[in-house]
Ligand binder design. Structure first.
Ligand SMILES: [Cu+2]
Length: 110
């Protein structure tokens, strides 16, 4: 009588986790991405369509805002993402309320 011992090898299926939900690297969700790093909006100038989402990712360890004088303001906490859905009249300059030297520009395109 022989006992067959099956030594199982565990195949490590290291599937690269490309499905990170809400990842900011991909642009195919239709959003336009702006990174905030070292007190700057990058890119500083973006072109978006009305209805498109602008998504700011704050990589700094402190809060920033995207503020339009006389208009809207988006608070972007440290390490977080914040969004604004562009409207037809959103061809605007914006800045950070806390760091007025931080400036960005949005241009609405058809
Ligand atoms: Cu700021």
């Amino acid at each position: 009588m022989t006992a067959a011992f099956l030594n199982r090898r565990q195949l490590l299926a290291t599937g690269s986790a490309l499905l990170a939900g809400g990842t900011i690297a991909r642009a195919d969700d239709g959003a336009v991405h702006v990174t905030i790093e070292k007190l700057a909006f990058v890119p500083a100038k973006i072109e978006v369509k009305a209805g498109q989402t602008i998504e700011w990712t704050n990589k700094d360890p402190f809060a920033h805002t995207a503020t339009v004088k006389g208009g809207w303001e988006v608070m972007i906490p440290p390490g977080k993402v914040a969004t604004h859905v562009a409207t037809a009249d959103d061809s605007v300059d914006y800045y950070c309320r806390f760091h007025p030297n931080m400036k960005g520009r949005i241009k609405i395109v058809a």
